[in-house]
Design a protein around this ligand. Structure first.
Ligand SMILES: Nc1ncnc2c1ncn2[C@@H]1O[C@H](COP(=O)(O)OP(=O)(O)OP(=O)(O)O)[C@@H](O)[C@H]1O
Length: 256
């Protein structure tokens, strides 16, 4: 069943159509990836779904109900959580308190400080940040600040999480850890949408991918099909990636 359904989403900035009639759906329990070149409209899409931007056209349904036009806090209460590409924690609060903020506005409708902190502690455990709970955000590495974003979203008790480039700027080992974390969320039954340039992560995680280009859908489907689509290679991945991917598949005994 589709948990999230977007039809003909349109967002304009002056004369620029950042989203020009994009439709897609996300099945409950799947990891859905959104890729595409810089400026293709990926973050705008996330901002449209999470009501950071008002739609100029189109409709969004969540769990069968029309949620078009609902404000961000109402969407959070329904179970839609997101991370931000530029991580901006409250600098005067420690890691645990930052994560507890998520619990205050989440789907679980927790009412007391004790409950918010308990939800924060659970999210810190799941993201491996528990040992750093008392640190202040400026003391964290970029990888840990990204985990803090994930923990804050998790503390909301969401049904779906929208990730905006959680792998960006991470090294090889940190990317592997983040991939494991996102996999564990899927195993726990969460539905995930990820916007990502790190193709290793996209291929390791996604059940389906949509490619955006100039605000429109260029391709959609299983990762292996999409990355060998000539349109996608031309607009985004480039020949070098396509060749490397094809040889890796041959080496693994699959069809290129
Ligand atoms: N707040 C804004 N005001 C004006 N134009 C905007 C705004 N946000 C995005 N745009 C424009 O909309 C288009 C899509 O931008 P968007 O940030 O969604 O792309 P993206 O695919 O997320 O790119 P990247 O991979 O670089 O993050 C671009 O032309 C961008 O300049």
């Amino acid at each position: 069943m589709a948990l999230l359904e977007a039809s003909e989403l349109e967002i304009r900035f002056g004369g620029v159509k950042a989203l020009a009639g994009v439709s897609f759906h996300v099945e409950a329990g799947e990891i859905f990836g959104v890729i595409g070149p810089n400026g293709a409209g990926k973050t705008t899409l996330l901002n449209a779904i999470s009501a950071v931007y008002r739609l100029d056209g189109g409709a969004i349904r969540f769990d069968g109900a029309d949620v078009t036009g609902l404000r961000p806090h109402r969407l959070s209460r329904l179970g839609i959580a997101r991370t931000f590409q530029i991580v901006q924690p409250f600098k005067a609060m420690n890691v645990r308190e930052n994560v507890a903020i998520g619990a205050m506005f989440g789907h679980a409708r927790l009412r007391t400080r004790a409950d918010w902190l308990a939800a924060a502690d659970a999210a810190l455990e799941r993201t491996g940040l528990a040992p750093k709970a008392e640190l202040m955000p400026p003391q964290l590495t970029l990888a840990d600040r990204k985990r803090l974003e994930v923990a804050r979203a998790l503390a909301m008790g969401p049904r779906i999480i929208l990730f905006d480039e959680v792998m960006a700027g991470l090294n090889h080992t940190e990317i592997e850890r983040m991939i494991d974390l996102v996999k564990s969320l899927k195993q726990a039954g969460l539905t995930v949408v990820i916007i990502e340039h790190v193709m290793k992560a996209v291929l390791a995680l996604c059940d389906r991918i949509m490619v955006l280009n100039f605000g429109a859908k260029l391709a959609e489907g299983a990762p292996s099909e999409v990355v060998s689509d000539p349109k996608v290679v031309e607009a985004y991945l480039g020949q070098r990636f396509a060749k490397a991917h094809a040889s890796a598949q041959v080496a693994a005994g699959g069809a290129p």
